[in-house]
Design a protein around this ligand. Structure first.
Ligand SMILES: C[S@@+](CC[C@H](N)C(=O)[O-])C[C@H]1O[C@@H](n2cnc3c(N)ncnc32)[C@H](O)[C@@H]1O
Length: 279
C-alpha cells in the first residue's frame, strides 16, 4: 500500500475534504497548535498515489498493508442535479460521452480534480445547483443573466450556461481559482461566461442581473449584502450559501436589512442555503 501526503493551510480543509470526498482512503488531520492540516490518501496502487502527487505535489511513500478493503480509493460518483445536470470529475471525452448517453436529458459538466472549490459534491454547491435549475425552469425559455460571486471552479457559472443563461459573470479573489474556472469554462465548451479576478467586497459593477449566486461565508455575505441587492434586478433572484447553521439567523437578517426577502431556506448538515428575491 502507498500513501500520498502533504501539509496544507487549514483554510483549505473544506476544499480537500470535498476533493477527496469519494475516497475511502482519504484522511485529513488537524495539526494541534498550528494552522496546518495533514492531508493523506491511502492507495492500493503506487500509480494512483503518484497521479495524486502529480496533481497536487506532496510526497508518496509505501506503508505496510493493513485492511486493503478499508483503503480502497474510489473516484467520487457524479452529482446528479434534478433532471437537468450531471457534474462529474472525468475529463476523458469517452467517459463523459458514456455518461451523457446514460443521462440523455441531463447536461454533463466536467470538473476534474484541482484546488478550487466546487466539484458539486459539497452540500452548499449541490443546494445552489438545485435552486439554479429551479430558477432556470421558472424563466420558461425567457433569456436570463447570472452573476456568480466566489466562483471557485466555475461550476455554478458553467451550470447556468448549460441551463440557458445568455450572459454570465463570475469572479473570485483567488487567482488560482480564476485560472481553474477559466480552464473549466473552456473544457465544458460554454459560451457567454466571463470570469475575472475580483474581491466581492471591493469590486464595483455597473450592471444588474436576473440571478445572483453567492456561495461565500457568512461574514463575507453580511458585508456584501448591500452590493448583492444592488446587483440584482428588481424582481430578480438571489441564491446564497456557505452559511453555517449557527450563523444563519444573523446572516439572513443582514440580507433582509439590505432589501432582500428570503422564501426558501435549505439546511444540509451544518450548512444553510437560501433563496431570496429583490422587490
Ligand atoms: C465556498 S466556495 C464556492 C465555489 C463555487 N461557487 C461553489 O458554489 O461551489 C467560495 C469561493 O469564494 C471565494 N471567495 C471568498 N471570499 C471572497 C471574496 N471576498 N471575493 C471574491 N471571492 C471570494 C473563495 O476563493 C472560493 O473560491
Amino acid at each position: 500500500m502507498f500513501v500520498w501526503s502533504r501539509l496544507s493551510s487549514s483554510q483549505w480543509t473544506d476544499s480537500w475534504g470535498e476533493r477527496f470526498s469519494g475516497h475511502s482512503g482519504a484522511v485529513i488531520t488537524l495539526i494541534p497548535g498550528r494552522k496546518t492540516v495533514r492531508v493523506e490518501v491511502y492507495c492500493a496502487e503506487k500509480k494512483e498515489a503518484l497521479a495524486i502527487q502529480q496533481q497536487f505535489g506532496g510526497t508518496v511513500r509505501s506503508v505496510r498493508a493493513r485492511n486493503w478493503a478499508v483503503h480502497r480509493v474510489a473516484v467520487p460518483p457524479p452529482v446528479v442535479v434534478r433532471d437537468a445536470l450531471l457534474v462529474c470529475s472525468d475529463s476523458d471525452k469517452k467517459k463523459r460521452a458514456s455518461l451523457a448517453k446514460l443521462h440523455p436529458r441531463r447536461s454533463v459538466i466536467s470538473i476534474p480534480p484541482d484546488m478550487a472549490f466546487g466539484t458539486g459534491h459539497h452540500a452548499t454547491t449541490a443546494s445552489v445547483l438545485r435552486l439554479l435549475v429551479d430558477f432556470s425552469k421558472s424563466r420558461k425559455g425567457k433569456a436570463w443573466t447570472l452573476c456568480d460571486l466566489g466562483t471557485g471552479s466555475g461550476v455554478l457559472a458553467i451550470a447556468a450556461a448549460k441551463l440557458g443563461a445568455t450572459d454570465i459573470f463570475g469572479c473570485d479573489f483567488d487567482p488560482h481559482a480564476v485560472r481553474v474556472a477559466l480552464h473549466n469554462v473552456r473544457r465544458n465548451r460554454v459560451r457567454d461566461v466571463r470570469i475575472e479576478e475580483a474581491d466581492v467586497l471591493h469590486w464595483k459593477s455597473g450592471r444588474r442581473y436576473d440571478c445572483v449566486a453567492a456561495n461565500l461565508f457568512s461574514d463575507v455575505l453580511i458585508a456584501a449584502f448591500p452590493k448583492i441587492a444592488r446587483l440584482t434586478k428588481p424582481g430578480g433572484t438571489v441564491l446564497v450559501s456557505g452559511i453555517l447553521k449557527s450563523q444563519a439567523a444573523e446572516c439572513l437578517r443582514a440580507g433582509e436589512e439590505a432589501g432582500l426577502k428570503f422564501d426558501t431556506i435549505i439546511t444540509r448538515g451544518k450548512w444553510v442555503t437560501a433563496r431570496g428575491g429583490r422587490e
